[in-house]
Design a protein. Sequence first.
Length: 234
Amino acid sequence: MRQADLVRQSCAGASKFEGNRGGLYAMLTKSGVSWAGTGFLLALATGLLVLMIAGRHPEGVSLATRSIARVAFVFFWFAYAGGAVAAFLGCGSVAGYRRQAGLAFAGALSVHLAFVAWLFRISARQPISDEWVVYFVLGALGAYALVISSWPRLRALWENRLWRVFSIVVLEYIAFLFFRDFVLLPLQYWVAHPAEYFPFGLLIILGALLRWFAAARRWLGMPRNRPNASTFMR
């Protein structure tokens, strides 16, 4: 069977599952709180597990903080690049989960910020410079603003083009922060364990390329498989 046929069958299966879901599952997923809670609990469990292994000293808390950041990144990547992936594969059902992934990212981000505050409190030296503190705070505020404004009633208050510009700016800014952590810093300081950074650096570069290529296809008027519309990140 050709690869294209496999992709179409997979997309059809996902669409069939989405069309048949109901009952308790539909009630839980209808509320974004359940997705934010999923991201929060998964990130918290990751942090606690790392602390159990590495200890609650500054090095252990730093490792837990970095591990939580990677959990948050996985959710962010699906919110960031999910639309582009769905456009190439023709899977509208995949694109429909971008908002949920963004909500889970916000939940995981909350845990990450709590661990960052803890690390600042117990470290002998400030973990990052004041300049980058400002950059990361702006990224966190942008993420929460995007999540809050994605709720349907608030989303309806935005003019569509303004919303699109706002979401693109926030997403690309957060992607740059991850690019800085996973690509620029390892290259600059030649980290001792590149395996901790390489997969995530590759993903953020791939996600950006997919988004930019999808945007170029739209601008050039090239035909594409259009996914179902989503009320979250484009």
